[in-house]
Design a protein around this ligand. Sequence first.
Ligand code: NAD
Length: 347
Amino acid sequence: MNGKLRVGIIGAGGIARSAHIPNYQNYGDGVEVVAVANHNKDKAADCAQEFSIPHAYEDYRDMLREMELDAVSICTPNAFHAEQAIDSMQSGCHVLCEKPPAISSCDAERMEEIANHTGKHLMYGFHFRFRPEVETVKRFIDEGEMGEIYAAEAKWNRRRGIPGWGVFTNKELQGGGTLIDNGIHMLDSALYLMGYPEPKTVLGVTYDKIGKRPGVGLLGEWDHENFSVEDMARGMITFQNGASLLFESSFAANIAEKDDRVLKVMGDHGGADVFPLNMYQEKHGTLLDLTAPYVDKGNAHKEMVHHFVDSILAGKETNVHANQGTLVQRIIEALYESASTGEAVEM
Ligand SMILES: NC(=O)c1ccc[n+]([C@@H]2O[C@H](COP(=O)([O-])OP(=O)(O)OC[C@H]3O[C@@H](n4cnc5c(N)ncnc54)[C@H](O)[C@@H]3O)[C@@H](O)[C@H]2O)c1
């Protein structure tokens, strides 16, 4: 790499504009977003103009061929992640790919293989790991303050939060609904805190009771006629090391809370509720509450993008590993399989 890190963006929609582009641009002198590609050329051109990006492309392959990029952010619907990530790595780029890795575990495995083969970073957009609450609990766990983490709970339920834009309710383009979209963040955060143990058995159930009816909520009015994904997913995962994880997420459910995230880890010497942060620890035979009066709200998307750039510039591994993306994708696939067969999946 000579001079600045040259970054290209694939997909000029919501997350590219709100999280990726601004956070490359506020990194400082070491980085420049030099091109953006979107299969709709006007959208690419609008985005380039809004963010003063010098080049706009309709076909990301032309961008990869012509722009001598060092890194790429992939911000397209889930069905395109694998092909675009693989093409980008094979063109010599490090990749920050939005979550989920892909829509199948085969694709995620292939992406991991190409990352290993090319030696390029393949980092996924699991930005919750960069929330100060998650980082704090992770430090306590890594220092052994909570003992062995043997149980966890990961939930993200929205009362009425079915996305009213994009393709989030299109199974073919997204691979699923709430589980693979918002649920994956809590699943990844729980697995991260648990040390990404190897799964043993996965039991899942999904529902689509609300999305197929007309409605409006937190994220606008949804397209009930073409709603082809689940609006609720629930599951239980057991791991080879004996640990277990309860999971639940919804785009819509008849509950009191508008947007409710629960992330709990339980160890044999301590535990934590992550949102909001409260930790518990046994000391000298007594269980104590540990409160942190000052928890910075942070900006997890900014931390994530800056961490990706820092890792490239320093030649260090990112803290989101491609094999973790593959593992979470395998679990998601097993939850869907179990929901469709009604049987638990042995991993
Ligand atoms: N980490 C997060 O907080 C977060 C939040 C929202 C979305 N996401 C993820 O980001 C991705 C995009 O979501 P979004 O909200 O930006 O959606 P969006 O619909 O706002 O934007 C997607 C963009 O990709 C473009 N596009 C579609 N197919 C393309 C192709 N084949 N090649 C190039 N461009 C193409 C669309 O025209 C659109 O501009 C999804 O994978 C989603 O899961 C992550």
